[in-house]
Design a binder for this molecule. Sequence first.
Ligand code: URA
Length: 426
Amino acid sequence: MNVVDVIRVKRDGGVLSDAQIDWVLDAYVRGVVADEQMAALAMAILLRGMGPGEIARWTDAMIRSGERMDWSGVGRPTTDKHSTGGVGDKLTLPLAPTVAACGVAVPQLSGRGLGHTGGTLDKLESIPGWRAVLDRDEMRAQLAGPGAFVAAAADFIAPADRKLYALRDVTGTVESVPLIASSIMSKKIAEGTASLVLDVKAGSGAFMRDVASARELARTMVDLGDAHGVRTVALLTGMDVPLGGASGNALEVAESVDVLAGGGPADVVELTVALAREMVASAGGGSGKDPADALRDGSAMDVWRRMVAGQGGDPDAALPVARETHDVTASGSGVLTWLDAYAVGVAAWRLGAGRARKEDSVSAVAGVVLHRRPGDVVRAGESVLTLHTDDASRFAAAEQALVGAIELDGTREPLPLLVDRIPATD
Ligand code: URA
């Protein structure tokens, strides 16, 4: 087969055959297709799209580029959640132990943050001693014991996606529904979960800014999961405003522990419970316990402590705290109508919470704490946000990111927390 012919088919708006898709992804992993050729094909796909048959085959070929894990021996049903990413999105942290406390195991392979959205592994690594890399036996022991793990995706999980995603990142070809859907779902299906709940975010701090594109992405992913025997449902959720009261690694761990202790911000609790109920239901109901009860009665917290300890972390250790803080104050008085998620994400990133390149390290302590949310009354001069970092020279760039982010008495309305539910097609 000739790669230039394959690129031409898509460039001219044609449909790639199963054989072409299988060959091109395999040849790319083997180094026979060069990065520049794959970049041209990815751009053609971004501009021309792919039909449902092509997306399914593309996903399948990426799964087959590595191994598909199997958790059938752990003695409990399995489920997982994937979020398309947002600002302050720490939901995996309270969610995994809550679901495990309801009798359903959670095998979660996760990623690190890139750009303005945080990564779950970066957050958990702010717990002293916690480690992201587990071997298969350790993963199995965590599922059979506490009932959940959150670990770094191994090299054998969809290696074609690993290589292609790095290429897309530097060639302007991330923002394509077929490429995003196949990328996410190939990893989740290869991870071996029996059911999956997707948290597809829309709004200023999300990949998909508008609800229509988020809906299209959700529908594509739900259909892909179902086609591969993974019971899948999606919640469409709003990401115009950061989730919860903090964005940053250790700050979000602390907030998640508050939720597990039965407190925490109302929006984080509401979404944790909504997603946990979907996860437990998609796995057949678990022990019958309601996730809200698992948060109230301390059983989710017990699982959390065992999960953290099982991965080398000390659940009682104090979390690191920033040496420097700086308040961002309201310029006038009125009702806060908008607090822009994207701007807060960029500010946290510039304070050190995120990375610009994969090789960069992140600061555990950096981030933004929110004191007010849309709907609150604010008075001139009072603190709306507090910036946290170890490096005070970063405050100016973070404040620059926040210009125009705080709107008083405006007319824009943030999307609601829960926008819609996308079930499998019958
Ligand atoms: N996350 C992924 O894993 N892949 C994408 O393409 C986009 C977000």
